[in-house]
Design a protein around this ligand. Structure first.
Ligand SMILES: C[S@@+](CC[C@H](N)C(=O)[O-])C[C@H]1O[C@@H](n2cnc3c(N)ncnc32)[C@H](O)[C@@H]1O
Length: 259
């Protein structure tokens, strides 16, 4: 067997094994529960900007971006900007690889590829740091509620003409809000690409972790995903991603557009 194919096949077997290992999955949930008490997700940054993410999930995003080579990434929830800077840096790498592949010069600033970030409250210090970041030329920010009809309309207009679209939802984590975001933005995802819904893990955590939040078990991004999928067969949960990661805030949140 071709050694590359053999390695890939071994990896697929590893992932299938992880998907069947209920004990390890339970242990992973316990680990996430305990580390969340320390606000672990706040400890990381990407190219200098805090990203409120688990590092494993960023790695999965890199794999999704490399496979799909999006020209547009739409993200709800900007916060300090780490996740939109991450996406913009991935788009810059895609541009660079395209230039190498076609033997053309690489313009680090000009790109058709874009990230649209949406947040209801872009704090002045965060906006300034994002606008001054070397990745800023690939980023457009929209301030407003991600489920406001005028914001959805504005983003749809900005998305016109783009062909390979990836969507990431990471703003308000209540069921109703995420369901409205899915209804608003998931249709923009191109076939083969993903709508990634973060913090679906809330469903698997004890309610005392969210006493100061409007979301919790029974009312969170995972319940919204389940509801959305009842009437949207064009998406399916890509379980292989959560199986490979184990440590992820997005179990059942990697939605692949299949038609
Ligand atoms: C978890 S943080 C986003 C983290 C960011 N994606 C990252 O990885 O660093 C959630 C963000 O959602 C924003 N947010 C809350 N409600 C929102 C809404 N209705 N529309 C848009 N953004 C909202 C908050 O202002 C906050 O910045």
């Amino acid at each position: 067997m071709d050694p590359i194919k053999q390695f890939e096949s071994e990896v697929q077997q590893n992932i299938a094994g992880l998907g069947k290992d209920a004990d390890l999955q339970a242990l992973s949930r316990i680990w996430i529960r305990e580390v969340s008490r320390h606000k672990w997700a706040y400890n990381f940054s990407w190219l200098g900007r805090p990203a409120i993410q688990f590092p494993n999930d960023a790695w999965a995003m890199q794999e999704i971006i490399w496979k799909n080579k999006p020209d547009l990434i739409i993200e709800t929830g900007i916060a300090h900007g780490g996740s939109i800077i991450f996406s913009a840096s991935m788009l810059a790498l895609l541009d660079m690889c395209d230039a190498i592949g076609t033997n053309q010069s690489f313009n680090p600033v000009q790109s058709r590829r874009k990230v649209i970030g949406i947040d209801i409250d872009i704090r002045a210090h965060n906006r300034k740091a994002i606008e001054q970041h070397p990745m800023a030329s690939r980023i457009e920010m929209v301030q407003g509620s991600s489920i406001a009809p005028e914001v959805i309309q504005q983003v749809k207009e900005m998305a016109r003409g783009y062909e390979k679209v990836l969507v990431c939802l990471d703003s308000n984590h209540t069921h109703d809000h995420v369901l409205a975001e899915l209804e608003g933005y998931a249709s923009l995802v191109s076939v083969g690409s993903y709508c990634v819904v973060f913090d679906t893990i809330v469903e698997d955590m004890p309610k005392e972790l969210f006493l100061d939040r409007p979301w919790g078990p029974g009312d969170n991004p995972k319940t919204a995903v389940w509801e959305y999928l009842k009437s949207h067969p064009e998406f399916e949960i890509d379980k292989s991603i959560q199986d490979k990661l184990q440590i992820t805030v997005a179990p059942d949140g990697f939605l692949k557009r299949i038609s």
